[in-house]
Write a protein that binds this ligand. Sequence first.
Ligand code: NDP
Length: 307
Amino acid sequence: MKKKAPKDFYNLTDLQDWDRASAGLEYPIRLGVFGDPVAHSLSPQMQNAALRHAGIDMQYARFRILPNELKDALKLVRELDFVGVNLTVPHKIAALEIVEKVDDETESIGAINTIAVRDDLVGHNTDGIGFVRAIRSEFSIDLHDLRVMVLGAGGAARAIAWQCAKAACERLVVVNRDVNKAKQLVAALQPAFSGPRVLGPVARLEAVPWEAGALKFQVGHVDLIVNATPLGLNPSDPPVLAGTLLAPHLLVYDTVYSRGRTPLVTAAMEAGAKAASGLSMLLHQGAASFEIWFQREAPLDVMRAAL
Ligand code: NDP
């Protein structure tokens, strides 16, 4: 009998009646990404290519899980012998209250993007390491040498900001619509930036409101701008930054990814800056998740080709 392809995405009702929902598949689904929205996620392509290459007879699927369903969905994946899940918007911070264990770094970041289902649900965050590897591969430079401006203070921004602190980057500016969240993140990072480094008239670590004047001033004092908001995911979104703020000296990394260039990447390149979209971060965070789940090296080239 011909085997069924997985659905574009499953939901909590499917997990509650999993024998029915997963009947007839070629390989059992034992991994997935939980989010809302989730239909745009490219993780299944990448992870399924890695599973096939590694000869692991299971597959990875998308799950549209609403915030009030996360706890039940995680309970079910444990009962159903899943190996693990990734979490995306809006679950990364809420999941911290649900898992039983997290490593120290994930605890500091305050957000989880990967869960390993063992005797306990163990939370990890691979966004930070994915980001570092993406910056290195896109721009051939280490964070240590950069003055960084992160737009956003949610799960992805926190992981990125902690990684900048860990790499002892030259300067870090966190910009957020709700500036209080940026201030909280900066306060938590303060100990990592207390060393005697840098530099002229600007503070080494700063929280900044999302306002044209403040942004214009800061752009003159940073090398790398990172969009860690969802702006750019939808065609109707306003520009992340006005084109007049973008300049040739900048590196611009958009954590948002799409099949073509994102609007921010296009605008940055038009301004003469070097720019890259979030596909490389997706690749490297996904490879790190695979390594947590299977304790073996991820087939990076296979995953890259699948993306
Ligand atoms: P969160 O929901 O945790 O955080 C969203 C952040 O974006 C908040 O700081 C929020 O600000 C800000 N924001 C939301 N809407 C707007 C807006 N209209 N204008 C300005 N700021 C806005 O999400 P995550 O941090 O988990 O994810 C953010 C994005 O990062 C995702 O959409 C995804 O595209 C990208 N990402 C990419 C990855 C990759 O591998 N390439 C990995 C992880 C994330 P406020 O606090 O004021 O609400």
